[in-house]
Design a protein around this ligand. Structure first.
Ligand code: SF4
Ligand code: SF4
Length: 345
């Protein structure tokens, strides 16, 4: 394992070398036909905006910045009438694309279009039918999502199924894994961040009950899933680090890339370091992405890895856990440099 100093040097080099992010999650609409209890979106807590904005200027900004990978998210991106035109435009700009959807609006025709556009798709599945419908806030959402997944499989669209881990659904991971295996989809999990509708904390793990989840992950027979956001390696205290290292290895845990290689853009064109982060760094309707990348204080801290608390800077595990989640720290205290609320100190 690299020493903290070696890691900071490597991160400095990567962060400093990039004049713009490689990957952008573009929130093309704030509208959604589901009402997920844990929706993280910070820009439209009650989903009051009903008008989609013109994306041409924003897509041009991303093209100028040479973005390589574009996730179309929302809200529900398939609610936009022009979503296929947006994907096509991004493809002509040589960006790889992925549509992040709740799956309920996927039809045979749409799956065919997605296949022709050579895009991948990520569909959220929150557990068994009963749990999914409760968490999605809409009866029948599970059946529609599974039907949509079947259409994607039939049209050979590369698909990932994602489960947002909550206290209500984590034991249903095996069920979601079975669905993913039967449809030849990959499987990932993400951690909740306490923003948007999730801010009431009822579904969230906290420093008191996180051990239930980790014990489950350590012993469950699901082997081919990944975790796309970091749980702090010290979330079970020092004595829990060996178990956490096993979990990191078993689920190929990826550290935070927000503000280093990654950012989010809201339907109005404002830039944040990731979809869950409440802090805004600039407005693409006024300035270029490269300008925001070079002038935002917080992005500069991310790029030079000085955005984590001092305890993390001094920690031998920083290279793996990246200091946990900055968005959750910001949501908890309003300060991006505070400890991750799930860390043990
Ligand atoms: S880097 Fe920070 S959050 Fe991660 S294990 Fe070390 S002290 Fe804990
Ligand atoms: S701050 Fe990092 S870890 Fe947290 S949600 Fe954003 S990208 Fe993921």
């Amino acid at each position: 394992m690299k020493s903290p100093d070696e890691f900071r040097k490597g991160s400095h080099e990567l962060g400093r070398a990039l004049s713009s992010p490689i990957t952008v999650e573009l929130e093309v609409t704030s509208r959604c036909n589901n009402l997920c209890q844990f929706c993280y979106n910070v820009w439209d807590k009650n989903h009051k905006s009903h008008h989609d904005t013109n994306m041409t200027v924003i897509l041009d900004r991303l093209r100028e910045a040479d973005v390589k990978m574009l996730f179309f998210t929302g809200g529900e991106p398939l609610l936009r009438k022009d979503i296929f035109e947006l994907i096509e435009y991004a493809r002509t700009c040589k960006m790889k694309t992925c549509v992040v959807t709740n799956g309920t609006l996927l039809t045979e025709e749409k799956a065919q279009m997605l296949h022709h556009l050579n895009t991948s798709v990520q569909v959220s599945l929150h557990g068994t039918e009963k749990t999914h419908d409760v968490l999605a806030g809409v009866p029948g959402a599970y059946r529609k999502a599974v039907k949509g997944l079947q259409e994607l499989a039939e049209h050979r669209v590369p698909t990932n199924i994602n489960l947002a881990l909550t206290r209500l659904n984590f034991k249903e991971l095996s069920h979601v894994d079975e669905v993913a295996q039967s449809l030849k989809a990959s499987l990932s999990m993400t951690r909740l961040v306490l923003t948007g509708r999730c801010a009431d904390r009822t579904l969230q793990f906290n420093s008191q009950n996180i051990s239930e989840l980790m014990d489950f992950l350590l012993h469950c027979d699901v082997k081919r899933a990944s975790i796309q956001s970091p749980f702090p390696l010290c979330c079970l205290g020092d004595e829990g680090i060996p178990s956490m290292l096993e979990i990191y290895q078993k689920f190929d845990v990826v550290g935070c890339q927000g503000g280093i290689t990654w950012c989010a853009v809201s339907p109005q064109g404002t830039v944040r370091t990731c979809g869950a982060m409440g802090k805004e760094e600039g407005d693409l309707k006024k300035v270029s992405l490269r300008t925001i990348w070079s002038t935002s204080d917080f992005i500069w801290k991310c790029r030079t890895f000085s955005h984590v608390p001092q305890q993390c800077c001094d920690c031998g595990y920083l290279s793996l856990c990246t200091g946990g989640c900055r968005a959750d720290a910001y949501a908890a205290s309003g300060r991006t440099g505070d400890p991750d609320p799930l860390s043990s100190w």
